[in-house]
Design a protein around this ligand. Structure first.
Ligand SMILES: NC(=O)c1ccc[n+]([C@@H]2O[C@H](COP(=O)([O-])OP(=O)(O)OC[C@H]3O[C@@H](n4cnc5c(N)ncnc54)[C@H](OP(=O)(O)O)[C@@H]3O)[C@@H](O)[C@H]2O)c1
Length: 300
């Protein structure tokens, strides 16, 4: 059986990914900072990815590595300490994984490392693809550092895929879980001006892209993990209202979001129109290319 070693597997994406990987027949070892129940067929390894420690031995002999660890971007205000935690939980984690690759006698074939569309400039009408320039803001620089750390794996002969993930829509977590109660009460609506672009992806396609990146011997470098049809925020709100059969015209103004979330409100208020050029060009077929079908699937 091919072994995979995963960081951040206990999170929102990881919880959807693990059953799919098991179905594919992989032998799974997953790192967590907490003791986890092993009855699910996953072997949990206790350790902190930010700390150099025994967990790094798991890399030796693994077929593939999946790197999903990261302090949540939204939720806490971006104080200097929080910014450090956001950075370290991604950049230092990735550096520690790559150090383990360098030390491994039997090196992995592939590393699939998470990144985010926060890499790209915000508030533009331009369509962004994997060749677009990175932004000069906090998230842009963070994603660049994160990807630069992962790319060093290529020096050790490991095919490296940088998955630039958009806003993941799924059950039990992520953006949709936060929005659903408000929309169900009929109190939902566009966040901010509503004109900003919203580059979403159904969680089944994040999982699909990870499986595809592992299995393909060819895919490497940046891959935008977004649906091929991004929408404006106001259209996202009206489509969600439509599938829930609720009104969705009450806007949440920018100043209120800024007040609650501080600088991290940027993620919601400053849109990006990102396209999955690399995935489409290399033959990935999206299960949910259209928003309405994606939202119907996730809300019924
Ligand atoms: N969800 C999205 O919409 C989205 C969008 C763009 C990019 N991404 C990126 O994709 C990756 C997976 O996303 P996700 O939504 O599944 O993430 P998540 O649920 O927020 O977190 C993933 C895991 O990271 C570990 N973690 C959290 N804080 C940490 C810290 N301070 N130090 C070390 N490890 C920490 C936790 O594992 P343990 O507690 O078990 O250690 C957690 O279960 C993340 O890197 C995220 O930034 C996600």
């Amino acid at each position: 059986m091919r072994k995979l070693f995963i960081t951040g597997a206990s999170g929102f994406v990881g919880q959807a990914l693990l059953p799919a990987l098991k179905l594919e027949g992989y032998d799974i070892a997953a790192l967590s900072r907490k003791v986890r129940d092993t009855s699910s067929g996953v072997r949990w390894v206790l350790g902190d990815p930010v700390t150099v420690d025994d967990w790094q031995r798991e890399v030796d002999g693994a077929f593939g590595l999946i790197n999903l660890a990261g302090e949540p971007i939204i939720g806490k205000r971006w104080t200097p300490e929080q910014k450090q935690a956001l950075r370290d939980s991604r950049v230092v984690t990735t550096q520690n994984l790559v150090t383990a690759i360098a030390q491994a006698r039997q090196k992995p074939s592939v590393l699939v490392s998470a990144s985010a569309i926060g890499l790209y400039p915000k508030n533009e009408e331009t369509e962004l693809d994997e060749t677009s320039r990175p932004a000069d803001d906090f998230l842009g620089k963070l994603c660049q550092e994160w990807e630069d750390a992962a790319k060093v794996a290529e020096v050790h002969g490991v095919r490296t895929v940088l998955l630039r993930i958009g806003v993941v829509l799924g059950r039990n977590g992520g953006a949709l879980e936060r929005m659903l109660p408000v929309f169900k009460w009929g109190l939902g609506g566009p966040l901010g001006s509503g004109n900003q672009w919203f580059s979403w992806i159904h969680i089944a396609d994040v999982v699909g892209l990870i499986l595809w990146a592992l299995a393909s011997g060819q895919v490497r470098g940046p891959v935008n993990a977004v649906a091929p049809n991004p929408v404006r925020m106001k259209d996202f709100a009206s489509t969600l209202g439509k599938v829930l059969n609720r009104p969705a015209f009450l806007p949440a103004p920018s100043f209120a979001l800024n007040l609650v979330l501080g600088e991290s409100a940027q993620v919601i208020l400053d849109g990006q129109r990102v396209l999955p050029k690399a995935a489409l060009q290399q033959g990935y077929t999206f299960r949910f290319p259209e928003l309405e079908a994606a939202l119907r699937d996730l809300t019924t």
